[in-house]
Write a protein that binds this ligand. Structure first.
Ligand code: AMP
Length: 607
């Protein structure tokens, strides 16, 4: 048996949920938290660590600790977003072989899907530990505004983690599903989703049959909590420079400490009016001697520093409503999703814009995973999910002169496909090249290139040219594919992918093997740890009963001998426990069990 789980792969946190007894439930990790930080680190000894423990060591290992990797997902190295991230990151960002983006950790280059796969794998382990069954399939959520490259990267991440991504679901759509679960009262929802890295606004209509129709969805996949953090960081570092003439960006450790302090201050200011940022010895040595950072940040100041970011989300809401052809007052409920919606200024802005208080009772960090679990459950039971989503971006091709011809407009329900006829014109032309893009600009160069494709081996010199019908498809996951047919011969033509920013099949396979090897290593480590703990429990129990056993049994030579043997066995196992390998642990555990039986029997006889 295996289960399909729902995973929210967030910029800041990941969350996994499953349907149990007809209700979606979030699965806590082994530390007892419902969400796991999307932070991965490689230690000096080459050990990979993920989640809370990676956060804890971030300050001392900033150059090899990655947070916010999702912001780089599916982005070419040569892009404004990657340049911005590189200027703020404490780790090294380098170009990959496909013009993609890579991160170096202790000398090893990692693709972004590979890093995301580490979080998916972590969620898989959390789910397997809870359900007790194999988890090899998942519904994974993504920001609705993610383009094809970013969605492909998530699918690649799933493959690397050994998880089949059975559906890629838009985060706001998942949230609407969880919110509307079990109701059949028709209503129109606005899902305002401001997370750690991305912003989405989706307008969703629930009909009388309990079906969910996304009417419009739009957003910004580079606008989120990290931008708020950066504003606070910039303020703190500028103030420090003004007071000390020291640029803290030159010290990765100082930068990391300021980042964590800025995040903390921002979060605290959601519930208090002012907070102190106190970083003793932010500079500990050097010509100026030790320096401390001590500033007070008020909520009002935070709101000034970030006001334009909040305004930007409202401008995007306006575009979303225009697409949906609705006015704010025509929205029945406003749902807030994402940790950033805890900020009072965000809540006030949304309430002001939609002229109604947002809905209470939705857990902003968990609702997306719960929706994903509901979709996963429907797929598991072979039922329709009842979700009807749309594509957030127009899809089209480059025309002569660098123009963009949109073939599938934004807000088109998915899945969808469109056919386009290409005819060879020149005598002897055997190839047609097609550049596929996503975006809203009339100029190809301003849109997002998904790939360059070539129709080759076309019949040269056919009278009137060769007519090839090319089909562009966007599937339910929002992922694009292309197919072609020679209309005169009926022959399916293969389309060669000339360039795309994704990983090659070989790379994915190598990363999959690495990931599977790591999982096996980790499982073996866990099983060793379990055996060690089982031995420790037996040792503690035996140590507890041995004094009594001695009293009752040591007056006979046989009894004294048994107690002595037991004591030696306990001592032997205890001293060798930490370094024992699998085989030794099995033997030691068996030895302790025998000793336990011997003592129990002897005590029984003696009483
Ligand atoms: P998510 O991606 O939904 O997990 O959102 C995480 C973002 O929400 C991060 O940028 C957090 O710093 C931010 N966040 C979490 N709690 C709060 C809070 N109480 N006030 C303001 N921001 C918060």
């Amino acid at each position: 048996m295996s289960r399909i789980v729902g995973i929210d792969l967030g910029t800041t946190n990941c969350c996994v949920a499953v349907v149990d007894d007809a209700k979606p439930r979030v699965i806590p990790n082994k530390h007892g938290y419902n969400t796991t930080p999307s932070v991965v680190a490689v230690t000096e000894t080459g050990q990979r660590i993920v989640g809370q423990i990676a956060v804890r060591q971030a300050v001392t290992n900033p150059e090899h600790t990655v947070q916010g990797a999702k912001r780089l997902m599916g982005r070419p190295f040569d892009s404004d977003e990657v340049r911005h991230a590189a200027a703020h990151a404490s780790f090294e960002i380098v170009p990959g072989p496909h013009e993609d983006t890579r991160i170096i950790l202790h000398g090893k280059e990692h693709s972004i899907p590979e890093l995301s796969a580490m979080f998916l794998q972590e969620m898989r382990v959390v789910a397997e530990d809870y359900t007790g069954v194999r988890v090899d399939r998942a519904v994974v959520t993504v920001p609705a505004y993610f383009n094809d490259n970013q969605r492909q990267a998530v699918r690649d991440a799933g493959a690397i983690a050994g998880l089949e991504v059975v559906r890629i679901l838009n985060e706001p759509t998942a949230a609407a599903l969880a919110f509307g679960f079990g109701t059949s009262e028709p209503k129109t929802l606005a899902v305002y989703d401001l997370g750690g890295g991305t912003f989405d606004i989706s307008i969703v209509r629930i009909d009388e049959h309990g079906e969910f129709h996304v009417v419009s969805t739009t957003g910004d996949s580079f606008l989120g909590g990290e931008d708020f953090d950066e504003r606070v960081m910039d303020f703190l570092m500028k103030a420090f420079y003004r007071d000390n003439e020291i640029d803290l960006r030159e010290s990765p450790i100082a930068l990391q400490r300021v980042r964590q302090a800025a995040q903390k201050a921002k979060t605290e200011l959601s519930s208090v009016d002012e907070t102190d940022v106190s970083l003793p010895f932010i500079i500990s040595t050097g010509p100026t001697g030790p320096r401390h950072m001590e500033y007070t940040v008020t909520r009002q100041h935070l709101e000034q520093l970030t006001g334009d970011l909040v305004t930007r989300t409202l401008q995007i809401c306006e575009i979303g409503l225009q697409y949906a052809q609705l006015k704010p007052e025509e929205i029945d409920e406003v749902i807030l999703v994402g940790g950033m919606t805890r900020m009072p200024a965000v809540q006030r802005a949304v309430e002001g814009y939609f002229e109604r208080p947002p809905c209470k009772g939705v857990h902003p960090d968990e609702v997306v995973a719960l929706g994903a679990a509901l979709a996963a459950h429907a797929i598991e039971e072979d039922r329709d999910t009842g979700l009807h989503d749309v594509t957030a971006h127009s899809l089209g091709i480059m025309t002569a002169g660098g123009g963009f011809d949109a073939l599938i407009p934004a807000m088109e329900p998915v899945p969808t496909k469109v056919e386009e006829l290409f005819t060879t014109s020149r005598d002897g032309q055997t190839t047609v090249k097609i550049v596929v893009l996503q975006g809203e600009s009339q100029w190809a160069a301003e849109n997002n290139a998904l790939g360059r494709f070539a129709l080759t081996n076309l019949r040269p010199g056919a009278a009137g040219g060769v007519r090839v019908r090319v089909t562009f498809t966007i599937d339910e996951d929002g992922i694009f594919s292309v197919g072609a047919k020679d209309l005169d011969t009926g022959e399916e033509k293969t389309i060669d992918v000339l360039a795309s920013s994704g990983l090659s099949d070989d790379e994915i396979e190598r990363m999959m093997a690495d990931s599977a090897e790591f999982l096996a290593f980790r499982r073996a480590e866990e099983s060793r740890e379990d055996s060690r703990q089982a031995c420790s429990r037996l040792i503690a129990k035996l140590k507890g009963v041995l004094p009594e056993a001695e009293k009752k049994m040591a007056w006979t030579p046989v009894g004294a001998n048994a107690v002595e043997k037991a004591r030696k066995a306990v001592q032997l196992v205890e001293t060798g426990l930490s370094g024992a390998d699998d085989e030794a642990l099995t033997k030691q555990h068996a030895l302790l069990l025998r000793v336990e039986q011997m003592i129990d029997r002897a005590l029984e006889k003696a009483s």
